[in-house]
Write a protein that binds this ligand. Structure first.
Ligand code: FAD
Length: 467
């Protein structure tokens, strides 16, 4: 098998033993595995040849991009891991059509940097953007901090190229905003976490880069007040809120302890919001007498009114890029801060935006009742209702973990939410899928998997639980 792989990609691109180290564990450090080999193809034809070989021999394959996934979706015991890292070309950026044509191994931050030079943005952004790759982002349908304005990765994709489990190349590299030619296979592949095929290239949507940003940390007494703030800001800026991120007091304190960072306000507050608005129109970005953009004044004026009305308790508006970076670093440290508290029970959930507060209150209370020493460590993309509800339970036995996960699921379902918001299912959430997903939906997923991957070679044992 290794000789045959070397014939396809060349000796140097078949890694074994210690060279596989960084591909052999997940980011949180909960899982490790030993692949048969890690292969690094240079192009779609090589990916196709590897998959054909795997399919013919019944060998499992697991695609890997930046390996920053948080759902244990790239576990590859005894499998051929196909790393997309060498397929990292940005083939084309077409400013007038506002599209980028990229290979799947392009690192997210590199794409963002490349299109910014042309006055455009690819809006997907989150803490792991320096390692995560477009193929991984599409396969997990990643979310991040700008979903409130631009949507998930799914909303940012026009076309795909996918190597199917048979090795056939499915070219649906559409550049179109309207294309009703049959079943939408693009959306089937996005979020499939490599169980239905390997994404090798994509056509992505770009947007005008905001000409100016206004960024602030804001304190409120409750999430209800925070939502009133969001509504007012959307009205005042014409829907230009790019990020609306919630950090409770315990998160701020944990972050300060871990990084020696300073507090956002003179006093500690229960509800801390990072808000960013982006001015796309020239008039909103126009420089005022004090050298600051109009959007910054719009933000300040709105906050002043809300302060007088008692909706907000405190606010600090970034006066320069260094202050803006400081605000973002506090938020983007979330994964490191929370996983440093390991072992923790990680719940990535979504509820309707107006039910976040009620969900958190219910879950907090029910977890306390189940284990008086357990407490939540929360950070949330509040603007889209996505709560990272991690639980630190000093008594972290498998039973306690299962009980807490089920409590969180109960509370999520009581609020019409989902037990998986943006990190996916992988293997981590297979029990939740088996328990909570609609049985007809699960049967449809199993039928699709069996039809496209009859030999069950493509990232098996992920996403869809066994019957
Ligand atoms: C610090 C930090 C912050 C994070 N913040 C966020 C956040 O705010 N929002 C968010 O959504 N996620 C977040 N994540 C999770 C993670 O970064 C995302 O899920 C990301 O999209 C994964 O990309 P990746 O390239 O690392 O994929 P990988 O981890 O390599 O792969 C993820 C899954 O996709 C499959 N896969 C990989 N490449 C392909 C391909 N080309 N074709 C088919 N399947 C493939 C893998 O088999 C695996 O199942 C964060 C992670 C970290 C470590």
């Amino acid at each position: 098998m290794l000789d045959k792989l070397a014939q396809i990609v060349g000796d140097k691109q078949v890694l074994e033993g210690a060279d596989m180290e960084r591909y052999s564990r997940d980011f949180p450090g909960d899982f490790s595995w030993t692949p048969l080999a890690v292969v690094r193809p240079a192009n779609t034809a090589e990916v196709s040849d590897i998959v054909k070989l795997a399919n013919a021999t019944g060998t499992t394959v697991v695609p890997v991009s930046g390996n920053t996934g948080l759902a244990a979706g790239a576990i590859a015991e005894g499998a051929i891991m196909i790393s997309l890292e060498r397929m990292n070309a940005i083939r084309e950026v077409r400013a007038e059509a506002k599209i980028a044509v990229v290979e799947a191994g392009v690192i997210l931050a590199n794409l963002r940097g490349a299109v910014e030079e042309q006055g455009l943005i690819f809006p997907l952004t989150f803490g792991a953007q320096g390692s995560a790759m477009i193929g991984g982002n599409l396969s997990t349908n990643a979310g991040g901090s700008n979903v409130v304005r631009y949507g998930n990765t799914r909303d940012l994709c026009l076309g795909l190229e996918v190597v199917l489990p048979t090795g056939e190349v499915m070219d649906i590299m559409s550049e179109l905003h309207k294309d009703n030619s049959g079943y939408n296979l693009k959306h089937l592949m996005i979020g499939a976490e490599g169980t239905l095929g390997i994404i090798t290239a994509a056509v992505l949507k770009l947007f005008p880069k905001p000409r100016a940003y206004a960024t602030a940390m804001i304190a409120t007494d409750s999430l209800t007040s925070a939502l009133a703030l969001l509504g007012q800001l959307q009205a005042a800026t014409g829907g230009a809120v790019e990020a609306f991120e919630y950090m409770p007091q315990i998160y701020i304190e944990t972050h300060m302890k871990a990084t020696q960072a300073r507090a956002p306000f003179e006093e500690m507050h229960a509800v801390n919001i990072l808000v960013e608005v982006g001015a796309t129109a020239a008039r909103d970005a126009a420089e005022q007498d004090d050298g600051r953009a109009m959007i910054s004044h719009t933000l300040e004026d709105t906050l002043a009114t809300l302060f007088e009305d008692g909706v907000i308790l405190d606010a600090v508006v970034a006066q320069n890029e260094a202050q803006r970076r400081e605000m973002w670093e506090r938020r983007e440290a979330a994964a490191e801060i929370i996983f440093a508290q390991a072992p923790i029970i990680n719940n990535d959930i979504a509820v309707p935006v107006d039910k976040v507060e009620s969900f958190i209150n219910m879950a907090d209370q029910r977890i306390k009742e189940a284990d008086s020493e357990a407490y939540p460590l929360i950070v949330a993309h509040l603007g889209d209702g996505n709560v990272h509800y991690a639980v630190k339970a000093p008594n972290h036995s498998a039973d306690v973990k299962a009980q807490i996960v089920e409590i969180v699921e109960d509370c999520v379902l009581a609020h019409g939410g989902s037990f998986s918001a943006e990190h996916g299912i992988g293997t981590y959430k297979l029990p939740s899928m088996a328990r909570r997903k609609n049985p007809a939906a699960l049967a449809a997923m199993r039928a699709i998997k069996a039809a496209l991957d009859p030999n069950n070679i493509m990232n098996p044992g992920k996403v869809v639980p066994p019957e």
